[in-house]
Design a binder for this molecule. Sequence first.
Ligand SMILES: NC(=O)N[C@@H](CC(=O)O)C(=O)O
Ligand SMILES: [Zn+2]
Ligand SMILES: [Zn+2]
Length: 346
Amino acid sequence: MTQTLTIRRPDDWHLHLRDGAMLKAVLPETARHFARAIIMPNLVPPVVTEADAKAYRDRIMAALPNGMSFEPLMTLYLTEETDPEDLAAAHASGLITSVKLYPAGATTNSSSGVQNFDKVRPVLEKMAEIGCPLCVHGEVTDRDIDIFDREAVFIDRVLDPIRRATPDLRVVMEHITTKDGADYVKANEAKLGATITVQHLILDRNDMLVGGMRPHYYCLPILKRREHREALIAAATSGDPRYFLGTDSAPHPTHAKESECCSAGCFTAPNALSILAETFESEGALDKLEGFTSLHGPAFYGLPVNEDTITLTKGEPVTYPASLQAGDHTVTTFDPGFPLHWRVTA
Ligand SMILES: NC(=O)N[C@@H](CC(=O)O)C(=O)O
Ligand SMILES: [Zn+2]
Ligand SMILES: [Zn+2]
């Protein structure tokens, strides 16, 4: 008997669409399966003002193929110069859904990020007042902190102080990668959620480093040890509504990944749902998949769940194009390293 699973159409609560030819190439991969996505603002230059967000939204809608529907949920990139009033206007008009905090230098295209967190206090106060959530890339950037410890140290030194100083601010810890991250969410009842990526649920640092370096598994925050991955699996399959899917699908040209200095990011949009179904099934938690992909995110953001559904069907191993063409470049699709049997059929 074929096994099928019908769930409410998923949303992606953390996505990089880029711009230009890359945007045109990758957008259909997300729009095929997801109704909405939180669009990361780390373009070069970044999306910092209401006007930037409006123009970027228009470019996304123009890149959407005829017949596909998709709603980009726009974000502003928080800088030390962000004007609280511009931000409040963008939020009040419904243009932006959240604001993104990158510590300066933490990840791809984050050089305009925040260095001195005191400088953004007035903006954070304003956001708490108007109910605009803050999405956080939670890693410190100090050279003397080991890359594998940067998330845990960020929680202690930056995130917890911000939350204590601004208790009404709603915060999403983006792409948590550690038991420390999962535990911090669990220990804090109100106004805190976390997104989890596909790659951090299925890979640990051995997968990236043992027997040779695999650049397509290099992303930030970096893959951690197995016990952290197990904590993320436990969180994602727990049914706890504070954990939800943010694929962090982050396309880079193949030459930039397979290079002397590899760019950080995994392009998971094409097969994210197949990988998740396989993973939740092997955990005996297929019944928790819909919550993670389609219900918890809208609940946190105060948005309605999607009315329509998708159906996943289990069968012969599924294959995906190994890469897609984006202008003059190719983008390599993430390979989970194990066979996938669930495909989105409707
Ligand atoms: N996750 C990544 O490794 N890369 C993201 C940036 C980010 O989300 O930190 C990107 O924009 O490429
Ligand atoms: Zn990030
Ligand atoms: Zn990201």
